[in-house]
Design a binder for this molecule. Structure first.
Ligand SMILES: NC(=O)c1ccc[n+]([C@@H]2O[C@H](COP(=O)([O-])OP(=O)(O)OC[C@H]3O[C@@H](n4cnc5c(N)ncnc54)[C@H](OP(=O)(O)O)[C@@H]3O)[C@@H](O)[C@H]2O)c1
Length: 218
């Protein structure tokens, strides 16, 4: 079935990979929601529609969500919790159930050992107003909803041209230190195509065999 896939933050780097997989492997129509349309590459008018808007503007967000069958949020912002609140409320209002949400390694203090300690030091583990604190608050908004959400917690991101990943579930220790943006894009496309399989899941994602005290480039 061809779906209308709304991509919030469609000019983002992971979103760019997800868009390529969705265009190549599905017949879905993509609604590309961006603050700055000039940041998008060439658009296929048959398959993609650009919507200019800001997730923090409830009117712009609501009219985009009203057109969607599924929402994929690829956002980065200090106001990430407010963004999550706006998205959950608009999805409820318009009866849209599936949400794919990009979050981060470490929001549940799930990273073991020395790498976990380093990760907390870098990203503000234990502080409510830090990167990890705000991303955790946003994830809590989503997991408290009755949406068919999939939260994706990538390890430290690379731009390697590879798809190579493994998954851990919420409650399990995180594995590895890194993963490619392309791998996350591939997983996002799979989640969108198999909503039942991934409904109400919360996934850590890493490249196998990358355990260490820090990502390799540090
Ligand atoms: N770097 C890492 O190692 C790492 C590891 C794990 C998770 N993450 C997280 O993974 C997420 C995705 O990563 P990425 O590399 O794809 O990020 P990215 O390239 O920075 O993309 C984020 C997108 O969000 C958009 N955005 C932010 N606020 C918005 C708003 N209010 N309305 C509409 N769009 C908005 C930005 O648009 P504009 O162009 O308009 O700013 C940008 O296109 C980020 O949250 C990142 O923190 C990163």
């Amino acid at each position: 079935m061809t779906k209308q896939v709304l991509i919030l933050g469609a000019s983002g780097q992971i979103a760019g990979h997800a868009i390529q997989f969705l265009l190549n492997e599905t017949t879905d129509h993509l609604l590309l929601f961006v603050r700055h349309p000039k940041k998008l590459p060439v658009i296929d008018d048959q398959r993609e529609t650009v919507i200019t808007g800001d997730v923090l503007d409830n009117n712009e967000l609501g009219s985009a969500i009203a057109q969607a069958d599924v929402v994929y949020a690829n956002l980065r912002n200090p106001q990430i919790e407010q963004q999550a609140r706006n998205i959950v409320a608009a999805m409820k209002q318009h009866g849209v159930k599936q949400l794919v949400w990009i979050s981060s390694i470490g929001i549940y203090d799930e990273v073991p050992g020395k790498f976990g300690q380093w990760n907390n030091e870098q990203l503000g583990g234990g502080q409510t107003d830090s990167y990890l604190g705000t991303y955790r608050a946003a994830a809590d908004v989503i997991t408290a909803s009755d949406l068919d959400y999939t939260i994706i917690r990538p390890a430290w991101l690379t731009n390697k041209d590879e798809v190579d990943y493994e998954i851990t579930r919420r409650g399990e220790d995180f594995k590895g230190t890194e993963v490619s943006r392309k791998s996350i894009g591939k997983l996002v496309a799979q989640v969108i195509e198999q909503p039942q399989k991934y409904a109400q899941t919360d996934l850590g994602v890493n490249k196998p065999g990358t355990d260490g005290d820090k990502p390799a480039w540090y």
